[in-house]
Write a protein that binds this ligand. Structure first.
Ligand code: SF4
Length: 175
């Protein structure tokens, strides 16, 4: 991704906010080993075209077997929509994100940004806040990030982007 793109600027600003928060709290919950949010998404993630372009690069670099697993999980999501969504990209055995460097903006802000009406999203961090454990944290503003993302164009569900990528054969087709 070119450094002058608006999405790169958004990533840079989020990285800086996250860095500042982590700096003051080295024990921060979000990190390798915690995949709670990836296992309990409120809905199929929606991405702008710019986010999808980045994510697609990460997906294209995965081994074919891993991509086949992801395609299967995407298909499950479209066939059996459920209230709680496990991210189709999550490595379920290890809890790792195989596209971490290419992940969407929502994954980058989760746990570090607050949305005016929806709070922090992460129940574990909200519990710490309720106990008064994080009084000095300057949270990121999710509403501002959403406005910047909105200016990049429409968002579409991840499953739609993915189905378009695998081509006219759809999610059931061969990659
Ligand atoms: S893309 Fe990665 S970080 Fe984001 S929800 Fe999926 S597994 Fe988690």
């Amino acid at each position: 991704m070119h450094k002058s793109t608006p999405l790169f600027q958004i990533h840079t600003d989020i990285d800086e906010r996250v860095r500042l928060i982590r700096e003051g709290h080295p024990e921060w919950l979000c990190g390798k080993g915690c995949d709670s949010c990836c296992r309990r998404l409120a809905e199929v993630p929606r991405l702008t075209a710019a986010e999808w372009e980045v994510l697609q690069e990460g997906l294209a670099a995965l081994p074919p077997e891993q991509l086949a697993d992801i395609r299967r999980h995407m298909l499950e999501l479209t066939e059996t929509p459920s209230r709680s969504v496990v991210c189709p990209m999550l490595e379920r055995a290890t809890g790792a994100c195989p596209v971490y460097l290419h992940r969407p903006v929502a994954c980058r802000t989760y746990g570090f940004y607050i949305e005016r009406n929806l709070g922090l999203y992460c129940g574990d961090i909200e519990a710490l806040v309720a106990q008064g454990a994080l009084p000095d944290v300057v949270w990121g503003n999710q509403d501002a990030i959403d406005r910047r993302l909105g200016s990049l164009g429409e968002s579409r569900p991840l499953t739609e982007w993915f189905a378009g990528w695998v081509g006219g054969e759809g999610l059931e087709g061969a990659l």
